[in-house]
Write a protein that binds this ligand. Structure first.
Ligand code: HEC
Ligand code: HEC
Length: 222
């Protein structure tokens, strides 16, 4: 299914949409869902900020989302919709995202666009931060790895999204939000509330940069 999704994505990206549909036709239901074009059509609402390949845009602080697992994208879109994420007064970036999630009002829209996002190949963002010590960060990451995977590719049972393949500036911004109680404080956001106290183990900006420098050495799985 993964391979079919990748083939489909590369075909769609190269413009051979019909060929992609033919290749994906015998595959499973969620590839079929992406292939029916609904997820892809909805994704047009996202590219303005997240980029045409889902690679993210630093200048508008929209993260890379390509290849994030469907379960995680679904959870986040539902959190944005309900206000469990991005209703804190200081969450300026979250407030840019929230209306977009709220515009997904059709039944199955969230799942369709999340499946499409999940089918996109992970992008490799360039490093933007300086001064992190990856060796020091590696020992701090031992804790993180229990929920995000030691290889940084995430863990669905723990609710921890992949961190490998994410932009360094976005990881820093989210750690700062958790530390400040801007994200992960809403009682409806059970997974965010698990992450919030973990952010407090990173004492200062240097500790965050060190662990991020280590994360940047990890390779995305797809
Ligand atoms: C107006 C710009 C904009 C548009 C359009 C937009 N987003 Fe976002 N999105 C953002 C920003 C900014 C963030 C970062 C929020 C933060 O810092 O907490 C974000 C965050 C996200 C996240 C959370 C990523 C993570 O790792 O937790 C997901 C998932 C997401 N967007 C999906 C989408 C999808 C799907 C669409 C299209 C339906 C979309 N976005 C449209 C700006 C946008
Ligand atoms: C007890 C499990 C657990 C541990 C340990 C943990 N995390 Fe998390 N983390 C999570 C969960 C669950 C989420 C998703 C929260 C949500 O759904 O909003 C998350 C989210 C994040 C995010 C946001 C990612 C995104 O795409 O928006 C970052 C960044 C992050 N964690 C970094 C770390 C770092 C760095 C460490 C180690 C210092 C760490 N985490 C330790 C469970 C954990």
């Amino acid at each position: 299914m993964r391979i079919a999704a990748k083939l489909l994505t590369s075909c769609v990206l190269s413009g051979s949409i019909l060929m992609g549909l033919a290749l994906a036709a015998p595959a499973s239901a969620d590839v079929g869902q992406a292939a029916n074009g609904r997820g892809e059509a909805l994704f047009n609402l996202c590219t303005q900020c997240h980029g045409s390949a889902g690679e993210g845009k630093h200048n508008i602080e929209a993260p890379a989302i390509a290849g994030l697992p469907t379960w995680y994208v679904t959870t986040q879109l539902n959190n944005f919709r309900s206000g469990a994420r991005a209703t804190h007064f200081d969450d300026i970036q979250g407030m840019r995202m929230r209306p977009m999630a709220m515009s997904l009002t059709g039944e199955g829209d969230v799942e369709a666009v999340a499946a499409y996002v999940g089918s996109l190949p992970v992008t490799y963002p360039v490093a933007t931060l300086e001064g992190g010590d990856a060796a020091k960060g590696q020992s701090a990451y031992m804790l993180c790895g229990s929920c995000h995977g030691m290889d940084g590719n995430g863990s669905e049972p723990q609710g921890g999204p992949p961190l490998a393949g994410q932009s360094d500036w976005y990881i820093l911004s989210q750690l700062e939000k958790y530390k400040a109680g801007i994200r992960g404080r809403d009682p409806r956001d059970a997974f965010g509330m698990m992450m919030q106290p973990m952010s407090l183990t990173l004492a200062d900006e240097q500790a965050m940069k060190d662990v991020i420098a280590h994360i940047m050495t990890l390779k995305p799985a797809n």
